[in-house]
Design a protein around this ligand. Structure first.
Ligand SMILES: *[C@@H]1O[C@H](CO)[C@@H](O)[C@H](O)[C@H]1NC(C)=O
Ligand SMILES: *[C@@H]1O[C@H](CO)[C@@H](O)[C@H](O)[C@H]1NC(C)=O
Ligand SMILES: *[C@@H]1O[C@H](CO)[C@@H](O)[C@H](O)[C@H]1NC(C)=O
Length: 564
C-alpha cells in the first residue's frame, strides 16, 4: 500500500514509470537532454548500459538504499558542458549531492529540482550565465550550497562584468541550531572611476529572495561584501565615532555613491569564528522589514568583523526621549506611539521569521533608531548574542541584555524565549510614557527601577503622575491607557502572562487609531455617556471596538535605499 502511494507520488512528480528501471530511465533521459547541446562530449559518449552496474557511469555515485540501487551523487563539474541544466536531474530523486560547477550551463535552475528532497549539497558555481535562483522548495535547513573558489580559474577577473563566481554557506554547526542555510552568490563586478585601486568588490546576492530583485531594488536583500580597504575609505580611516554598541564601536561613513552608513566594527578579539559570522550574515541578508535596520554589507578580513548599516539620521528613541535631542525638542505623543508601533512590528517579524524565530535579546530604546521620516526601526538584531558579556567576569554568565530591560524570569531561569523581548519592549513602552530611563540610581530609592515605580501608580490608576511632563495634556487618555496596559502586561514577572508581539502590535494599532481619531472618538463615547477613562481591571487586549484599518503611521515608505 505504502509502496503504491510512493509509486503514485513518483508518477506525479516525475511522470516516469515507477520500478527498478526508474534510475535507468532518468539517467538515459539525462544523457539525452545533455546531448542536445553537447554532441560529442567525451563523458556522455561513455555513458551507456546500466548507469550503476557493473561500475557506475563517470560522474555518478550509486548506493544501496532500502534494497534498491539509487544514484546519490552526480558530479558533472568541469566537463565543458553547455546549454540549460537538464530537467532530468530532478528525476534522480535520491540525489544527495550535485556538482555542476565550472561548466557553461545557462539559464536557471529547473523547477524539477524541487523534487530532490534528499539533496544536501549543491554546487553550481562557476557557470557564467547560470542564474543563482533556487526553487523555493529547495531551501531546506539542510541544504549546503558551496563551491571551491573559482577565482583562480579566471572567472573572477576584474575585467569581467557578469560572472557568477563563488558560493559559500555551510550548514551551521553547534550553536546555530536553526540557521536557515542559504547560499550566497558572489558576483564580481568592476568598479571604475571611483575606485583608485581598481579593486573589485563582490556583491553577495541571496538567490532565494531574489525573484523580484530585477524589478525593485528596495525589496531585494542584497548584502555586499566589502574589503577592509573599502571600509577604510568609506569611514575616512574610522574618523567619526558615533557610538559604542554591544557589537563594538560604530563609525559614520559614506559609500562611494553617496549613501550614508553606520559601520560597526567588531575587533580582532572576537571569540566568534568566521564561519559563524558568515552564517549569521547569510541569515540576516534574508531579513527585510521596513521596521528593521537592514544590513547593507559586511567585511570579514584580517580577523575583523565589520557590519555596514544605513545611517539613521534621527538617532535613537532613547536620545529623543531623554537624551540630548530631547532637550532641543520633545517628542510628541502620536510620534512616540507610531515609533513604538513600528518597533513592535519589526520585533513581531523577527519572532515569526520563517524557519527560525529570531530573538533580539537586547531590545531597548537605544536600539530603536529613527530614519529621516521618524519611522522607528529596530537595530542590532541577530548579532546581539555575540555581544561581549557585561562585566566580563565569568564565561558561564550566559544571560545577556541591558540592565533595566532584563526579563527577570530569563535572568533566573536562563531560559530564553520571545517573551524576554516582550518584557524589554514593555520597558520601552514605559519609557515613551514617562520619558524616564529604565534604571536611574540618582533618583530616590523607590524610583530607581522604572518598572517598579510605574507599576505602583498604574495599579492605582494615577497615570497622570507618571506621564512625561513634556506631553501633559497632549494625548488622548484612552490611547494612553491602551499603551499603559500593554506595558503592564509586557512586564509581567511570569512570561506566560505576557502577550505576544502580535497582540502588542494589535493593541498599539488600536491606540494609534484612537489617538488619530481622538476628537471623533471622544464625541462618540460621550454621546454614549461613557467615560474616557478605563480602569486597569478592564480585560487587556480585548478586541478592538474600532473596526477601521490602522491609519497611516510614519512608516509607509521604505526609508533606507539600497545601493544601486
Ligand atoms: C567532483 O569532481 C571533481 C573532480 O572531477 C572534484 O574536484 C570535486 O570535488 C567533485 N565534487 C564533489 C562534490 O565531490
Ligand atoms: C565556456 O565556453 C567558452 C567558449 O565557448 C570556452 O572558452 C570556455 O572554456 C568554456 N568554459 C568551461 C568552464 O567549459
Ligand atoms: C537535517 O539533518 C539532520 C541530521 O543530519 C536530521 O536529523 C534532520 O531531520 C534534517 N532536517 C531536515 C529538515 O531535513
Amino acid at each position: 500500500m505504502a509502496a503504491g502511494i510512493a509509486c503514485f507520488l513518483l508518477l506525479v512528480l516525475v511522470q516516469r514509470a515507477c520500478g527498478d528501471d526508474r534510475p535507468v530511465d532518468a539517467t538515459k533521459e539525462l544523457r539525452n537532454q545533455l546531448l542536445v547541446r553537447n554532441p560529442g562530449n567525451k563523458i556522455l559518449e561513455k555513458w551507456h548500459g546500466d548507469p550503476c552496474l557493473p561500475s557506475p557511469w563517470e560522474g555518478l555515485t550509486c548506493e544501496k538504499r532500502n534494497n534498491m540501487i539509487v544514484i546519490t551523487k552526480l558530479n558533472l563539474s568541469s566537463k565543458s558542458l553547455q546549454g540549460p541544466l537538464p530537467t532530468a536531474i530532478g528525476y534522480l530523486t535520491e540525489l544527495e549531492e550535485l556538482d555542476v560547477q565550472n561548466n557553461n550551463f545557462t539559464g536557471s535552475i529547473p523547477e524539477s529540482f524541487a523534487s530532490l528532497h534528499h539533496l544536501s549539497k549543491l554546487y553550481i558555481g562557476c557557470n557564467r550565465h547560470l542564474s543563482s535562483e533556487l526553487p523555493p522548495a529547495l531551501v531546506t535547513a539542510n541544504l549546503t550550497i558551496g563551491s571551491e573558489s573559482c577565482a583562480d580559474r579566471d572567472h573572477c577577473h576584474p575585467e569581467s562584468s557578469q560572472r557568477t563566481v563563488y558560493l559559500i554557506s555551510t550548514v551551521a554547526g553547534g550553536s546555530v541550531a536553526f540557521t536557515l542555510v542559504l547560499g550566497i552568490f558572489f558576483t564580481c563586478f568592476h568598479r571604475r572611476a571611483r575606485q583608485p585601486d581598481k579593486r573589485s568588490f563582490p556583491i553577495i546576492k541571496n538567490p532565494v529572495f531574489s525573484e523580484s530583485s530585477t524589478l525593485d531594488p528596495h525589496s531585494s536583500p542584497v548584502v555586499q561584501q566589502f574589503s577592509l580597504k573599502y571600509i577604510d575609505n568609506a569611514t575616512c580611516h574610522y574618523k567619526t565615532l558615533i557610538g559604542e554598541g554591544g557589537f563594538g564601536a560604530v563609525y559614520r561613513g559614506t559609500l562611494p555613491h553617496g549613501q550614508e552608513v553606520a559601520v560597526k566594527v567588531r575587533s580582532a578579539t572576537s571569540t566568534q569564528g568566521t564561519r559563524e559570522f558568515d552564517n549569521e550574515v547569510n541569515l540576516l541578508s534574508t531579513i527585510r522589514h521596513e521596521n528593521l535596520v537592514p544590513l547593507l554589507g559586511y567585511c570579514c578580513e584580517n580577523d575583523q568583523q565589520i557590519l555596514v548599516y544605513p545611517f539613521m539620521s534621527n538617532g535613537s528613541l532613547q536620545d529623543r526621549l531623554y537624551g540630548e535631542a530631547a532637550k532641543r525638542k520633545a517628542l510628541d505623543w502620536p510620534t512616540r506611539l507610531s515609533i513604538a508601533l513600528g518597533a513592535a512590528r519589526g520585533l513581531m517579524y523577527l519572532h515569526t521569521f520563517v524557519g527560525r524565530c529570531i530573538i533580539h535579546r537586547d531590545v531597548k530604546s537605544s536600539n530603536i533608531l529613527l530614519d529621516d521620516t521618524m519611522c522607528g526601526k529596530v537595530a542590532d538584531f541577530g548579532f546581539s548574542k555575540y555581544a561581549p558579556q557585561e562585566g566580563d567576569s565569568g564565561a558561564s554568565l550566559e544571560v545577556r541584555g541591558t540592565a533595566g530591560y532584563l526579563d527577570p524570569e530569563y535572568y533566573s531561569t536562563q531560559q530564553l524565549s520571545t517573551k524576554s523581548d516582550v518584557f524589554s519592549f514593555g520597558v520601552v513602552l514605559l519609557e515613551i510614557i514617562t520619558g524616564r530611563e529604565p534604571l536611574n540610581i540618582h533618583r530616590p530609592r523607590n524610583e530607581w527601577s522604572l518598572v517598579e515605580w510605574a507599576k505602583l501608580f498604574i495599579r492605582e490608576s494615577r497615570i497622570e503622575e507618571i506621564v512625561d511632563p513634556s506631553i501633559k495634556g497632549q494625548y488622548h487618555s484612552e490611547a494612553m491607557w491602551r499603551v499603559v496596559e500593554a506595558a503592564l502586561a509586557c512586564t509581567e514577572p511570569f512570561s506566560s502572562y505576557r502577550p505576544s508581539m502580535v497582540d502588542i502590535v494589535r493593541e498599539l494599532e488600536d491606540a494609534l487609531i484612537i489617538e488619530n481619531n481622538a476628537s471623533e472618538y471622544m464625541r462618540s463615547i460621550e454621546s454614549m455617556g461613557g467615560s474616557n477613562r478605563f480602569s486597569v481591571e478592564r480585560k487587556i487586549f480585548a478586541p478592538s471596538s474600532v473596526p477601521t484599518e490602522p491609519s497611516s503611521t510614519h512608516c509607509q515608505t521604505i526609508a533606507a535605499p539600497l545601493p544601486r
